[in-house]
Design a protein. Structure first.
Length: 219
């Protein structure tokens, strides 16, 4: 079967709105992931043994299982526990929780590079832990990890394609539906791949620009 360029361009145009759906899903999941990952980092820093033990089990589960299984669990298993979410909400939550773990690990690694003297001085001045985190630790921490967060954002955006398995009509599912309707699956899938490629190339370029800017400021 020859590649039909006419159908390809038609699919490319029709898929444009669904690319925006993936961007919206990715943005929501990423913002939620940053918030949850930061909270995880803060809670773990207090070194409360029972709490850290529970968090450790959660982190091991997230890191040790595929994202697709986590999406299935959020969509199919949580309703049986009384937490009933629609497919889009369940997908965002699953991706956000997955990414939050990796963001927390990024933050923990970068925390070691912070100047301990600043924290000791802040404590000596009587600042509360909340103020120390809000005014001293987090601003410096996020400045250090911006490039890594942007890399994580690309992973999150790509992960939104998996939501097609729980009936979310995003880029991949729309491409599959278009292909099935015309019995030509290849052209729409190529179109979907191009959209994902462009989105992630833009994010990669932004990451490089930020890295260069940070490196120039440190000189």
């Amino acid at each position: 079967m020859k590649f039909n360029f006419g159908f390809f361009w038609e699919s490319l145009i029709d898929l444009a709105p669904f690319a925006l759906v993936n961007l919206q899903l990715g943005a929501l999941a990423f913002v939620l992931a940053v918030i949850c990952g930061t909270l995880l980092t803060i809670v773990r820093s207090f070194k409360i043994a029972p709490v850290n033990a529970v968090i450790g089990v959660f982190i091991s589960f997230i890191r040790g299982t595929p994202l697709i299984i986590q999406i299935f669990l959020c969509f199919y298993a949580l309703p049986s526990a009384g937490i009933d979410m629609g497919p889009m909400t369940a997908g965002i939550v699953a991706i956000a929780l997955n990414s939050a773990v990796f963001i927390s690990e990024i933050q923990r690694g970068s925390l070691r590079a912070l100047d301990v003297g600043q924290l000791e001085a802040a404590t000596a001045l009587g600042l509360t832990p909340a103020l120390i985190w809000a005014k001293i630790i987090l601003p410096q921490l996020f400045r250090r990890i911006v490039p890594m967060l942007l890399n994580e954002a690309t992973i999150v955006v790509k992960g939104t394609a998996l939501l097609s398995i729980i009936t979310v009509v995003e880029l991949l599912r729309a491409a599959q539906q278009m292909g099935a309707a015309e019995f030509r699956p290849f052209e729409p899938l190529v179109g979907a791949a191009l959209y994902f490629l462009v989105i992630n190339l833009v994010l990669a370029n932004l990451t490089e620009r930020v890295e260069r800017k940070i490196a120039a400021e440190r000189r």
